[in-house]
Design a protein around this ligand. Sequence first.
Ligand code: FE2
Length: 156
Amino acid sequence: MQANIGLSDKVSQQIATLLNKLLADEFLLYTKTRNCHWNYEGDNFMEMHKFFEAQYEELADVVDDVAERIRKIGHFAEGRLKEYLNLTQLKEQPITSDQQKQVKHLLGDHETIIRSVRKSIDEVADNLKDAGTADFLTGVMEVHEKMAWMLRSYLK
Ligand SMILES: [Fe+2]
């Protein structure tokens, strides 16, 4: 059933497209963070293992929130892995057990997401006039800013 919430079909479709791209990025970063959790090797193994676990758990919540936001504006959330790879702007890297490489890759991805969400917030608020999605995206950006700070703190 159509959502009658004051957004035109055209506008809600544009927002859903933008959010599905973000969903693909979030799902990829979630998987990449699990990859680090599984494959890290080093003398602070347990710290990094738990650190990456806390980060992917936070990303799992973001994934769910983005998907459900798409449903709230009346569209289907993408849930197919092949489509995520088509939609995402992130790249997968070779598997590594090296802490510095793992942390740098994840940090780069968080910063990519932060930059594109920052642009989307302006687009959604100024042009598409959806305050709810702009507010939601601001919260998502802040979650990534915190996670990026924590990752950055492992780098010199
Ligand atoms: Fe685990």
